[in-house]
Design a protein around this ligand. Structure first.
Ligand SMILES: [Zn+2]
Length: 246
């Protein structure tokens, strides 16, 4: 789903999640996926956090007048006057990090079962529903969960309904007695299909958009976290905590 959204000739991908949920890393992964020699990839960032070779990254400097809009317009001019590159995809990879944008990203956070709240939020701040619907391709939500230490994790005494024994943290030298080592992302993806596009244009309530997405098979973020539990990657406690309604 991510591949198809970011490889489309134009469009907009919305990555949502609380501070510390790994959004920055996901966005850089997307840029890296697009980073091929024949393609001119430009990004406007606030600020640039990781330098990526081969990508034209611009940091927003509001005080110097270098806003998102100014940088995007410069990219679009460059695209129109550039004849050397066959596949210029400029201006559509804007990302906002912490700082000024922190409030924005916080307000874009929503309880996991109401993820499309980000859409309502964008409309609230003045984005025309028709414009949003025509460019939005994918909305993602994500959290990070701690990974169980593979050296010492152990099946729980109590099985789940279906007899599966989820793993629990123990303690060993490899994990310094913590029971966990490293973290992994838990993701919920909502492709913007035609029916969802129509709901956005009609300013449908968030729960209506959510229902439509779920009827098309979008799992709840918690279900995505529990899939990691069943893989033995993380514990139930961790999955529940990471996807708790804020
Ligand atoms: Zn361990």
């Amino acid at each position: 789903m991510v591949e198809s959204a970011i490889r489309a000739p134009h469009g907009f991908v919305l990555v949502t999640g609380p501070t510390g949920s790994g959004k920055t890393l996901s966005l850089y992964c997307f840029l890296q996926m697009l980073n091929a020699e024949a393609r001119n990839v430009c990004s406007v960032e606030d600020p640039v956090e990781i330098q990526l070779a081969g990508i034209n990254q611009v940091s927003v400097r509001e005080k110097a007048g270098l806003t998102f809009a100014v940088a995007l317009r410069a990219f679009m001019r460059q695209t129109r006057t550039s004849h050397g590159r066959r596949d210029p995809r400029c201006g559509n990879r804007g990302r906002r990090g912490e700082g000024h944008a922190d409030r924005t990203s916080r307000t874009l956070d929503a309880p996991h079962e109401r993820r499309p709240a980000a859409i309502a939020r964008l409309i609230d701040i003045g984005v025309a529903p028709y414009n949003l619907a025509s460019v939005l391709r994918l909305v993602t939500a994500q959290r990070l969960v701690r990974k169980l230490c593979e050296q010492c994790r152990a099946p729980s005494a109590l099985p789940l309904d279906d007899g599966f024994h989820p793993f629990e943290p123990r303690s060993c030298a490899a994990c310094h007695g913590i029971g966990y080592r490293g973290r992994v992302g838990v993701h919920q993806l909502m492709p913007v299909s035609d029916d969802i596009r129509e709901l956005i244009v009609a300013r449908a309530a968030t729960h209506a958009i959510s229902r439509a997405a779920q009827s098309r098979g979008m799992p709840a973020l918690r279900d995505a976290a529990f899939a990691r539990v069943r893989e033995g990657v993380t514990s139930i406690a961790e999955a529940v905590e990471a996807t708790e309604v804020e």
